[in-house]
Write a protein that binds this ligand. Structure first.
Ligand code: RNT
Ligand code: ZN
Length: 414
């Protein structure tokens, strides 16, 4: 018996179908964020580092500076990632020709090269309007600003982005998730919390009034950001209420955006009773929303378990959101994405039906015993087999290729 057959037999005993788990995993798309490749800078004139409470720290050599470089790096990364993939774009990654278009003038043509790229690499696309790193962010505010001109600018921006998303969806024949995150908030004690939220609600009503086929709309809440420690306009309650009261608008959960002991995994089953989709940003907050590379930690495993146990793989749209500028950026993509997939595979390889039965028949001692017993199943063997069948190397096998690319390409960038 080879080692894979042996590992499989261990799962068989518990009634777990390894082949079915592998099949399910290989069909689940993971949306990989383009912004890990360039520290969230984008391609605008004088491309600035991210503002609005998000920060990529580190200065590892080889940041992608142009669409060509970012696309080339992304292509290298996805060669080492099994399964189905999407690319998550931000409006600040528009490909400008000779004429620069500001955020409120963006058109489909600025993203046509990305669509070509996606077609060539068999990727879906997701899209985000960019409400940060721009002079029209006034006093930290965008859609909730008291200044009519500021609000109008950002409303125009989001409206072009939804239109672009619809066109991308049409070109690819695949839905596009259009996710709105704004940095709006205050560093210190606000004098009025209601006004900004009322203005944000009104802005969203205008932005979302146009109906587009193929566009899934989501809103991403946050608890605080650097420089906006005291108040965030787009809080969880704000967006949850907004999404629940509108048809086809969803609440995106980023697991770096809650109080440190709040579990995003625990939110999934509740939201599923009210929404037919849950978009996610999977990240790794270390003490704050630091967006470290996703590791195979309990947070991520718990989210994966909930997605699988709630039979919600087709309802939960998994996107990643981390940006580490202190390590090889391509390796960061590979490590983070593969960890998300590993978490899903582990969740698929659990005796989930038995767990439910034990709970419903109040056999809690056995439930605890089994929960612990499954932790030492030979998961690594199944993961390796999955990588082998997908034509990608095992966990340590891809690194030499990235090191070589670093030597030959990345280290030559200025
Ligand atoms: C910020 C949000 C948001 C961004 C990206 C770049 O805290 O998580 O999703 O990280 O849009
Ligand atoms: Zn996010």
């Amino acid at each position: 018996m080879n080692i894979f057959e042996y590992a499989k037999s261990k799962y068989d005993v518990l009634g777990i179908d390894v082949e079915a788990a592998i099949r399910t995993l290989s069909s689940k798309e993971i949306s990989i964020h383009c912004w890990q490749g360039d520290d969230v800078v984008g391609f605008e004139q004088g491309g600035q580092e991210a503002s609005g409470g998000i920060q990529a720290t580190g200065n590892y050599p080889g940041r992608a500076r142009t669409p060509e470089e970012l696309m080339a790096d992304f292509e290298v990364a996805i060669k080492h990632i099994p399964g189905k993939k999407r690319i998550n774009l931000h409006a600040s990654y528009a490909v400008h020709g000779d004429i620069f278009a500001d955020r409120d003038e963006l058109e489909y043509k600025h993203f046509a090269p990305w669509v070509e790229f996606a077609k060539k690499n068999d990727l879906g696309i997701d899209f985000n309007p960019t409400f940060f790193s721009h002079p029209m962010v006034k006093d930290g505010l965008t859609l909730s600003s008291p200044d009519n001109g500021v609000r109008a600018f950002w409303i125009r921006h989001a409206r072009c982005c939804r239109k672009i998303s619809a066109q991308i969806a049409k070109e690819l024949g695949k839905d596009v998730l259009h996710n709105i995150w704004i940095p709006d908030g205050f560093k210190d004690i606000p004098g009025d919390k209601l006004g900004p939220r009322r203005r944000l609600k009104e802005s969203l009503d205008i932005i979302l009034a146009d109906k587009y086929d193929g566009v899934i709309d989501s809103l991403e809440s946050k608890v605080f950001g650097i420089g906006v420690e005291s108040y965030t306009v787009g809080s969880n309650e704000f967006y949850l209420g907004y999404a629940a009261s509108r048809k086809g608008v969803y609440n995106l959960l980023d697991n770096g955006h809650y109080h440190p002991t709040e579990s995003v995994a625990d939110k999934i089953s509740s939201l599923l009773l009210y929404f037919d989709k849950i978009p996610l940003h999977v990240t790794r907050p270390v003490r704050w929303d630091s967006d470290h590379v996703v590791t195979l930690n309990d947070d991520v495993l718990d989210m994966a378990k909930e997605i699988v146990r709630c039979d919600a793989l087709d309802k939960v749209l998994i996107g990643l959101d981390f940006f580490d500028a202190s390590i090889n950026r391509i390796a960061a993509w590979i490590i983070g994405t593969r960890n998300m997939q590993k978490a899903l595979l582990q969740a698929l390889l659990l005796p989930n039906k038995t767990f439910k039965e034990l709970q419903d028949s109040s056999r809690f001692t056995e439930l605890l015993m089994l929960n612990e017993a499954v932790k030492t199943l030979p998961f690594g063997v199944i993961w390796e087999e999955y990588c082998r069948r997908s034509g990608v190397s095992c966990d340590t096998g891809w690194y030499s290729n990235i090191a070589e690319y670093e030597r030959n390409v990345l280290s030559k960038r200025g």
